[in-house]
Design a protein around this ligand. Structure first.
Ligand code: ZN
Length: 278
């Protein structure tokens, strides 16, 4: 990949994110520094949110009010529990999609997000990412955040430390190749965390992020049920779990088209946490 392409991707990435400081409270990820304008109501304001942020401005964004700056850049603390929600100004929510990318569903999800000028997080499996590198490149181009969901989606609590490391490290590597940067976030398959996962995640420069609202979309409960679960669970700081891979995710694709405009109409700001400074 050309260096300038990488820079373009980084710039696109920076343009779409809000700042996140170190979490001040266990289980809460701070999002928003006050620099991020509230999601504009008018159509003209879309251009404002798309305005690229200069790299220097990005670095200068204050983290005050959200705990002290990291003392070891790129090495998050070893947590004992994953972050479950975000905190920030206004009605901020985060949409997350796991187990992809899958060329049958992920492009449609990206199309919907692009249509509404919304950024999301994708916790990808390395094996899927290796087969769909172009989709990771598109996520980078469109400002989405890619997290690590292990290589083959095992139950980490049943693996040796060495195998957990391999699962996580290989996935960091393929994300770096296809997306252009190493991931700053990881999520344990099945939400099954253990101490080794937290320690290795920290060593690999990643924060553990779980979720607040589980759509249970993988059970194919019906599009309407998924929509209801998201809208019913919507609240400031909520992290929503859905899936764009790992099975038939057509209901997840259709549900997003219904609940996303309604969340925006309700004044929610769908955003992604900022990557911590490397
Ligand atoms: Zn998963």
């Amino acid at each position: 990949m050309q260096k300038d392409q990488l820079l373009t991707r980084r710039r696109a990435l920076l343009a779409g994110v809000v700042a996140a400081g170190a979490a001040g409270t266990a289980g809460v990820l701070a999002v928003g520094t006050g620099e991020e304008p509230a999601r504009p109501a008018g159509p003209a304001a879309g251009a404002q949110t798309r305005r690229p942020l200069a790299a220097s401005a990005y670095r200068l964004q204050p983290v005050t009010g959200y705990g002290p700056p990291r003392t070891v850049p790129g090495r998050p603390p070893v947590r004992r529990a994953p972050l479950l929600r975000v905190s920030g100004r206004g009605r901020t929510m985060v949409l997350t999609f796991d187990d992809g990318p899958d060329r049958r569903y992920t492009p449609a999800i990206l199309d919907t997000l692009a249509h509404y000028d919304v950024r999301a997080m994708f916790f990808v499996c390395g094996g899927m990412a290796a087969e769909n590198r172009g989709l990771l490149a598109r996520m980078a181009d469109e400002g989405h955040v890619v997290g690590n969901h292990t290589w083959s989606h095992p139950m980490l609590t049943r693996l040796s430390r060495g195998r957990i490391r391999t699962e996580m490290e290989r996935t960091c590597d393929i994300i770096e190749k296809a997306y252009g940067e190493r991931p700053a976030w990881f999520r344990a398959p099945y939400g099954a965390w253990n101490r080794a996962a937290f320690q290795l995640g920290s060593e690999l420069g990643m924060e553990p992020l779980a979720w607040t609202v589980d759509t249970l979309d993988w059970t194919s409960p019906g599009t309407g049920t998924i929509v209801h679960r998201v809208e019913n669970g919507a609240a400031p700081g909520v992290v929503v779990l859905s899936h764009d891979g790992g099975g038939n995710r057509s209901q997840s694709v259709l549900a997003l088209r219904r609940y996303l405009p309604r969340l925006l109409d309700a004044g929610y700001h769908l955003s992604v946490p900022r990557r911590h400074p490397a």
